[in-house]
Write a protein that binds this ligand. Structure first.
Ligand code: MN
Length: 713
């Protein structure tokens, strides 16, 4: 176990100004708080925070980080509180310890690969200070080093999985190659002990076979470099069993080549020498195509820089060579932590290749808030995302601005398609709200529900949008098909032709439509005229088909579009699905009431609609709503009952009057017919009740029309 004075000495060696007193006090405090607690290994518990602090000294972290490491388990595992820590060690340490405690409390029940990325992001998003994450990584590293002391195999396995899926990739993202490699290998040893053992055996065998092949290759590379009058240092290292195993998995082969197990590195003084060394190596050995990568001119996102190349090297062995400067090497190994080391020489980092690191430092030091930090870092941090939970604790990762409908579709398409309502953190809220990180979201579904076109106005995920569109489209398709079939049947009958299935099938090719159903829909939508269908089935047929039929379908199309736009009503909780009821066809200007229907949303009725009588004993479902004047202007449907004289010219008089008054007939249904009269329902597109009233007045003035009433359910 690392002792108090040793720890202080280590810190002082790289940071002479370190606060020795704070470290000593934290040491004593943690020792006191953990008291006689024991580790699974039988060591006193306190050995753990000391070792964690020791690991962090390798990364030359500041006093606050070291103190935090010493205290990191006191709040979680002893009687200490964050307040007490803050009082004793100041705000900065209080905040850091609190951060580590929060991360520890995220209990990862069951790490599945698909969840891992989300958890990694969550950890990143929750780490308000990068040092919190560094302490957590060191904590995990020490726990992995002592994993074998845990007696329950399940528990060991879970910790190893979590390490493999979450902590090792996090270390990589922070550019901390060394920690990443060690974490992976420790986890690998737990998860696949046999595979690891056989790889090690094979490695030893290859080593014995080749003699000191690695040493000879290093020597020759070294000579090549020196001969070009470059000062450099050549090293060779065996890849870890885990990285070999990973490679074997990807390539589905066993390792035979030296290049599969060894990596050689040339370290030089500056950038220019990197390229010079590259030139020397490429001049001396044949290159292996496709293996060259220049991460100096284009660093990896985590700041990693090096040149990688593959050559047929000494003794005709294919080898991989990495070329980098000493500083690049340090950053590759220490990652973000290299920051503290270079704190004094910030201006040295001004060069473009270090801008990632320099920006990070600036932000760490100057950011006002965690959001600002997250917003600015280049660590693919996730301020543009939110993380929500299902009631079972599954994490769902969504873009910022996502609604419960997005959440529902992210859980499952069917959940999205049938969602009717939502509870966020136990409270019923509108489907339209924006979710926040940490929200627990429960989706209420109903088999009777269909996706509402209005959802498209607020969903932000492509998946939700695509499904909503598809559903809305297929419904529209069905409706058009119904209408189109009606139009064709009537038109054909009128012209004296039969509309047969066989005929329609034949027409498909000519009309370039896949199925009879699509012909119906195309006719209903107004894309294909009834006349065209007639001509396709009965070439040469004389077509005098009603133009009115075409008009109807066009009007219908327009109407279908207008219902997709938001209904101009205010006073409603946003997100509730609105339907203008079919019984009374409310229009702007009408006094209206909303009826909340379980599983459907809100039906809008005119206040005098007859269907409201049945609902008079359910006052709780009545919603007080009004039209939103600002949003009117869209065409809505008004329905009137008409009695028209059964004589030539009546129908054209009717359509003329309506057209003169800027109305648009969208549907016409004959409900009764006698020798003298037609009785019909007429759907007219209008902008408001006033518009409709004008049309009704004009119709009443027409001699062809016996009576006109607005339909009342
Ligand atoms: Mn710990």
């Amino acid at each position: 176990m690392l002792r108090q004075f040793e720890l202080v000495e280590r810190v002082k060696s790289y940071d002479p100004k370190a606060d020795e007193d704070a470290i000593n006090r934290a040491y004593v405090y943690a020792m006191k708080m953990h008291g006689s607690q024991m580790r699974a290994s039988g060591d006193p518990y306190f050995s753990h925070p000391i070792e964690v602090a020791g690991i962090l000294t390798n990364y030359r972290l500041d006093t606050a980080s070291i103190v935090t490491a010493l205290l990191h388990d006191t709040v979680e595992d002893t009687g200490a509180t964050t307040e007490e820590i803050t009082n004793l060690f100041g705000d900065e340490v209080g905040r850091l310890v609190d951060g580590v405690t929060k991360l520890t409390r995220i209990q990862l029940q069951n790490v599945e690969a698909k969840q891992a990325e989300n958890f990694r992001k969550l950890l990143l998003a929750m780490s308000e200070d990068i040092r919190v994450l560094l302490v957590k990584l060191a904590d995990r590293l020490h726990n992995m080093r002592t994993l074998n002391h845990i007696s329950k195999p399940d528990k060991r396995r879970n910790i190893a999985l979590e390490t493999m899926e979450i902590y090792a990739p996090l270390a990589e993202r922070l550019g901390m190659q060394e920690i990443k490699t060690e974490l992976e290998d420790l986890a690998f040893a737990e998860l696949h002990p046999e595979a690891r053992a056989s790889i090690l055996t094979r490695l030893r065998f290859l080593e014995r076979e080749g003699g000191d092949l690695v040493g000879r290759i290093m020597d020759e590379l070294d000579h090549t470099i020196q001969a070009a009058e470059l000062t450099g240092f050549v090293s060779g290292r065996e890849k870890t069993p885990f990285s070999i195993w990973k490679k074997m998995q990807i390539k589905d082969v066993s390792f035979e080549q030296l290049s599969d197990i060894m990596a050689f590195r040339v370290m030089v003084d500056d950038n220019e020498d990197c390229y010079r060394a590259l030139g020397v190596i490429h001049a001396a050995y044949r290159t292996v195509p496709g293996r060259f990568k220049d991460y100096i001119s284009t660093p990896k996102r985590n700041g990693y820089q090096s040149i990688h190349t593959g050559v047929i090297g000494p003794e005709k062995h294919r080898i991989e060579v990495q070329i980098r400067t000493n500083r690049m090497h340090e950053i590759a190994e220490l990652g973000v932590a290299a920051h503290w080391h270079y704190k004094t020489g910030l201006e040295d980092l001004a060069g473009s290749q270090y801008s990632w690191l320099r920006e990070l430092l600036d932000i760490l030091e100057h950011a006002q808030s965690p959001e600002e930090f997250l917003e600015h870092t280049k660590l693919e941090m996730f301020q543009d995302q939110v993380f929500c939970f299902t009631p079972k604790g599954e994490l769902i990762n969504l873009p910022r601005g996502a609604s419960p409908v997005d959440f529902a579709y992210a859980v499952h398409t069917e959940v999205g398609n049938t969602c009717v309502g939502t509870k966020v953190n136990g409270r019923i809220v509108p489907l339209r709200i924006e979710l926040n990180t940490g929200d627990q979201v429960e989706i209420v579904t109903s088999k009777a529900q269909k996706p509402s076109p209005e959802w498209e106005g607020f969903v932000v995920t492509g998946k939700a949008r695509a499904h909503i569109r598809r559903r809305v489209r297929s419904e529209a398709h069905e409706e058009y098909a119904k209408l189109g079939k009606e139009i064709l049947l009537k038109s054909f009958a009128k012209e004296g032709y039969d509309l047969t299935d066989d005929g329609l099938k034949e027409a498909c090719d000519k009309l370039d439509l896949p199925s009879p159903d699509d012909i119906y829909a195309a006719v209903g939508e107004g894309e294909v005229m009834a006349r065209q269908v007639l001509e396709a089935i009965y070439p040469g047929a004389k077509a005098s088909l009603l133009t009115k039929v075409v008009n109807i379908s066009k009007a219908r199309k327009k109407n279908a579009k207008s219902t997709e736009s938001a209904v101009p009503i205010k006073g409603l909780t946003p997100g509730l699905a609105l339907h203008l009821s079919e019984c009374c066809h409310p229009l702007p200007g009408d006094r209206i009431v909303g009826i909340l229907t379980a599983g459907k949303g809100v039906d809008v009725h005119t206040i005098d609609c007859e269907s409201l009588i049945e609902l008079s004993d359910e006052p709780e479902s009545w919603l007080d709503i009004v039209w939103d004047d600002k949003k009117t202007g869209d065409m809505l449907m008004g329905r009137v009952n008409l009695v028209v004289l059964n004589e030539p010219g009546s129908l054209s008089a009717l359509s003329t009057v309506i057209a003169q008054n800027q109305g648009n007939i969208s549907n016409l249904k004959i409900v009764g017919r006698s020798n003298d009269f037609f009785e019909m329902d007429l759907d007219i597109e209008v902008t408001s009740v006033k518009h409709l009233t004008n049309i009704i007045a004009a119709l009443r003035a027409s001699p062809a029309i016996n009576s006109v009433e607005r339909a009342r359910g």
